[in-house]
Ligand binder design. Structure first.
Ligand code: AVI
Length: 316
């Protein structure tokens, strides 16, 4: 990969973010870069591990309560989904909704988005599928469906909000509130606080898939940013911080060492962590109180029997 040729193109922000993150007193790398093609495959594998409960629990909640959710959302909505991926959970919702006018999947990965959208349009001929290639963390314009719709229903599943810092989550909720307007609603999946052993097992699966997912970030930096991290000299760590109610996921340097990224040399102490991801865990009432700061009111929520995961409908 020719870095100089790529500067000024889409690689430049990645390089800048990596150099910036590794220059901080507490080294950090933005978690959005975990999801290259290999990282996305590994994340899908994580979802299938015995220990990682969120995906299957949320799916179970959707299967059980989609009719009730659809009633709360109401008729003739324009359903917008952030970070739609392969839209699996959305199809459960689309099947339950009463005359949805349009479905707008929003994702940064164009190829995957367009493929999924074409397949969905064939399955839902009466709902206009209007894909938008965008980074939903910054404001973007919604498309206009051909038919009139009564309101926008925003769907944000997967507890992806948990990977944002509280400040970034607040910015996102404010952008959502601005986009939704007074009639709109937000259906959001959040991972709930629970036994620490359950949480830590979910991010330290026995097969080592989460560790590989985390280390893949260094492999990606080596490959794309002309870096020389010794992958076997960093180890995966995922620990629950009970004060901040979050999993803190990092790569820990196994010895004192150096690594260069695009000609810039970084020093690592033995045991020094590079923070790669937060995964915040909430209570339903705690999240509702947080969202209330941005004009949202909790309308209804659904959870599983163990109370592991919540899907909340919040209205403006
Ligand atoms: C995508 N996100 C909600 C996952 C989570 O649980 O925070 C990412 C993940 N990281 C390691 N395992 C899963």
């Amino acid at each position: 990969m020719n870095i100089s040729a790529s500067l000024g193109s889409s690689l430049a922000p990645f390089l800048q973010d990596v150099l910036h993150g590794l220059s901080q007193p507490h080294k950090t790398l933005p978690c959005k870069y975990l999801y290259d093609q290999r990282g996305s495959q590994l994340f899908d594998q994580i979802c299938g591990t015995e220990e990682y409960y969120p995906t299957r629990t949320e799916l179970q909640i959707m299967n059980e309560h989609a009719d009730s959710m659809a009633r709360q959302i109401g008729r003739q909505a324009m359903l917008v989904e952030y970070g739609s991926g392969s839209s699996v959970k959305t199809q459960i919702l689309l099947d339950a909704l009463d005359a949805p006018v349009a479905y707008v999947p929003v994702d940064i990965s164009e190829e995957h988005l367009l493929q999924t959208s074409a397949a969905l349009q064939a399955n839902y001929p009466h709902t206009e599928i209007l894909p938008v290639v965008a980074d939903f963390t910054t404001p973007f314009t919604l498309p206009e469906p051909a038919e009139d719709f009564s309101h926008v229903a925003l769907y944000f599943p997967g507890s992806t909000i948990g990977n944002f810092t509280p400040i970034a989550a607040g910015v996102l909720l404010q952008n959502m509130a601005d986009m939704l307007g007074p009639q709109g609603g937000l259906l959001i999946g959040i991972d709930l606080q629970k036994d620490v052993a359950v949480l830590e097992a979910a991010y330290n699966d026995a097969a080592g898939v989460t560790a590989e997912f985390n280390l893949n970030l260094l492999r990606r930096i080596n490959e794309e940013l002309d870096a020389d991290f010794a992958l076997d000299q960093f180890s995966h760590s995922a620990i629950y911080n009970p004060n901040q109610h979050r999993m803190e996921i990092s790569l820990v340097s196994l010895r004192e060492q150096h690594a260069s990224v695009h000609g810039q040399r970084f020093h690592f102490d033995a045991g020094e962590p590079i923070l790669t991801e937060y995964s915040h865990k909430y209570t339903v009432q705690g999240f509702a109180a947080f969202a209330a700061q941005f004009g949202f009111a909790l309308h209804k929520h659904w959870t599983d029997q163990r109370g592991y995961f919540g899907v909340l409908h919040l209205v403006q």
